[in-house]
Design a protein around this ligand. Structure first.
Ligand code: IMP
Ligand code: MG
Length: 196
């Protein structure tokens, strides 16, 4: 059974990584049920095409899709951000495109977290050029304190403080994605904030 209590993990490099539960599995599931209802209420009669960003958005996409009534399809895209340091630099690169056209479709972009907003800004520009019928954004987490780009989500699961989140799809060096809850990761005794 998954413990919804703070847990400790030892990193490969000997530093202690600590994960403190921020949002429990139950709260995530209840919030996603409410978001799915809200989205369906806004578009009662339309097939919805969910487009998720690999890999972080996958858990949110599958739970959201299962809670949506009516016609639903989905597709995946992958991007990577790169630059001088490990933080989002604003340079976003497409590494895997969608399988199918979004022209004329009602598209919901499903993202794990809205941080600086650079990734979402890139995606919205890319998708807008492909002439969807409508383009909306759903994010599980919103970290407004770090926003650089002028973008906003239409559907937000939870607004969180400026902490490094892991779990429920979110990773630190590809680890922790499988946690069923969202936690805040701290490194070592000094509570160092990990970089992306
Ligand atoms: P943005 O372009 O700065 O908004 O960052 C978007 C991407 O950075 C997300 O899709 C995540 O993959 C990653 N990211 C941002 N904040 C966090 C975090 O707190 N934990 C884990 N990944 C994050
Ligand atoms: Mg990531």
């Amino acid at each position: 059974m998954a413990r919804a209590t703070p847990s400790e993990h030892s990193a490969d490099y000997g530093q202690k990584e600590r994960v403190r539960v921020l949002i429990t599995r139950g709260r995530i599931q209840r919030r996603i049920q409410a978001l799915a209802k809200e989205i369906r209420r806004d578009f009662p009669h339309e097939p919805l095409h969910l487009v998720s960003v690999l890999k972080g958005g996958v858990f949110f996409l599958t739970d959201l899709a299962r809670n949506l009534t009516g016609q639903v399809s989905f597709d995946f895209i992958a991007v990577s951000s790169y630059g001088q340091d490990t933080h989002s630099s604003g340079q976003v690169r497409l590494t895997r495109d969608l399988d199918s056209s979004i022209e004329g479709r009602t598209v919901i972009v499903v993202e794990d977290i809205l941080d600086t907003g650079m990734t979402l800004q890139y995606l919205l520009r890319l998708f807008q050029h492909r002439n969807p019928k409508r383009l909306r954004v759903a994010v599980l987490l919103d970290k407004p304190a770090r926003r650089i780009a002028a973008v906003r989500a239409d559907y937000v699961g939870f607004t969180i403080p400026n902490e490094f989140a892991v779990g429920y799809g979110l990773d630190y060096s590809e680890r922790y994605r499988n946690l069923p809850y969202v936690g805040a990761l701290t490194l070592g005794a000094k509570k160092k904030r990990p970089e992306k």
